[in-house]
Design a protein around this ligand. Structure first.
Ligand SMILES: *Cc1c(COP(=O)(O)O)cnc(C)c1O
Length: 395
């Protein structure tokens, strides 16, 4: 074995031993309610394609047409020569959709979060984050070198205590409060209005990562801010991803003219990376049109969530307090979560076992995601499969 492999091997073995080893499945079909893996059909309850747009004919056609017009690669970063008309149109459409003056495209949500936090705060500033925030937000704060504090999940009082201390210690420092709108592994929603009020009171800025809310929640699918009745003044920084409900790829930040111009000047994860392919932007314009036009997708998804929660009532699973498309079943040990996931796979149902360090120790879970692409019959099939494995929950 090489010196490199020798150094790395023990950690891999330990991970395997602890039932924490991560493995990929190779898909042989488009994303959808049913997927093909190793020649086998599975009912898919783990994608983030919440509205069933990743393989929508209109979105595909928009992608194909734009590929004919613009080619495939964007060829450069936005600031060099990679910013095409269709990227620009998408930014305008996203600004309009979110009711904000401007929007800026990033290559991924991870990049958007890293770049934005780093453009807004530095060594002398404070960042406050919910403990369960997405890894990209935590990493963004770490990289910024700012004074970084985490507070108890969905707890405005815990945040207030920290804001209050920071204000006393260092009244002139910037204070950025960062939360997920919908928490990716729990499915619950942040109390955004309460946070917005605290930010107002302590002169802090609220940044919301709405990867799992945009397109899905709010009366018009405009996400967590719409659902919570928050304005631009309440939450001046909104981050959204395009790889989930939009069914494409990439991400954006929406806010004021000054915010967006500042990101263009300073966000390194924006400046030093190749723009997403123009055809992806065109496809996203098409999926945005569907999000606006086809409210039935949100309604159908809501009905499925209701059906799932009702159906689970007779079963010994612990549902987490979520009203969204993310409906995790708390299991506890990684071994049991993995075992249940395998037993479900034997019944041709795909559900990921989410384990530490993605979630806190002792809270491994089956992360079930529902999509407008599912039918009621498919959710019924899921419930039947869960009933079959129910005895295995306390392994
Ligand atoms: C998926 C996700 C991201 C990252 O977005 P990508 O476009 O996949 O890089 C960021 N934040 C949250 C909450 C997410 O769920």
């Amino acid at each position: 074995m090489s010196s490199l492999d020798n150094a790395l091997s023990p950690a891999l073995a330990a991970r395997q031993e602890a039932h924490l080893y991560r493995q990929r499945r190779t898909l042989e079909s488009p994303q959808g309610a049913e997927v093909l893996v190793n020649g086998q059909r599975y009912l898919n309850f783990c994608s983030n394609d919440y509205l069933g747009l990743a393989n929508h004919p209109e979105v595909i056609a928009a992608f194909q047409n734009a590929a004919n017009q613009y080619g495939v690669g964007s060829g450069a970063s936005h600031l060099v020569v990679g910013h095409s008309r269709v990227h620009h149109e998408l930014e305008e459409a996203l600004a309009d959709f979110t009711g904000r003056p401007r929007a800026l495209l990033f290559s991924s949500g991870y990049q958007a979060n890293m770049g934005t936090i780093n453009a807004l705060v530095g060594r002398h500033d404070f960042v406050f984050q919910d403990r369960l925030n997405h890894a990209s937000l935590l990493d963004g704060a770490l990289l910024s070198g700012s004074r970084f504090q985490r507070f108890t999940h969905n707890d405005p009082q815990a945040l207030e205590k920290r804001l209050c201390e920071a204000q006393k210690k260092s009244p002139d420092s910037r204070k950025l409060v960062v939360v997920d709108g919908v928490f990716s592994m729990d499915g619950d929603e942040a109390p955004l209005k309460a946070y917005a009020d605290l930010c107002q009171q302590y002169g802090a800025w609220l940044m919301v990562d709405d990867a799992h809310g945009l397109g899905v929640i709010g009366a018009h699918g405009r996400g967590s801010l719409e659902a919570a009745g928050c304005s631009l003044a309440d939450a001046p920084v909104l981050m959204g991803t395009l790889g989930k409900a939009f069914g494409t790829a990439g991400a954006f930040v929406a806010g004021s003219e000054v915010l967006i111009e500042s990101l263009i000047q300073n966000a390194r994860n924006y400046i030093y990376t190749t723009a997403i392919p123009p055809a992806v932007a065109a496809a996203t314009l098409s999926s945005l049109a569907l999000i606006k036009r086809e409210a039935w997708r949100r309604q159908h998804l809501q009905n499925l969530i209701e059906q799932f929660q009702q159906g689970l009532k007779g079963l010994p699973f612990e549902l987490m307090p979520s009203h969204t498309a993310i409906q995790p079943l708390l299991v506890g040990s990684s071994e049991a979560a993995l075992h249940l996931s395998e037993k479900l796979r034997d019944q041709n149902i795909l559900i990921s076992a989410i384990r530490p360090p993605t979630v806190p120790e002792g809270t491994a879970r089956l992360r079930i995601t529902l999509s407008a692409a599912h039918s009621e019959a498919q959710v019924q099939q899921l419930l039947l499969a869960l009933a079959v494995v129910a005895d295995d929950i306390h392994l």
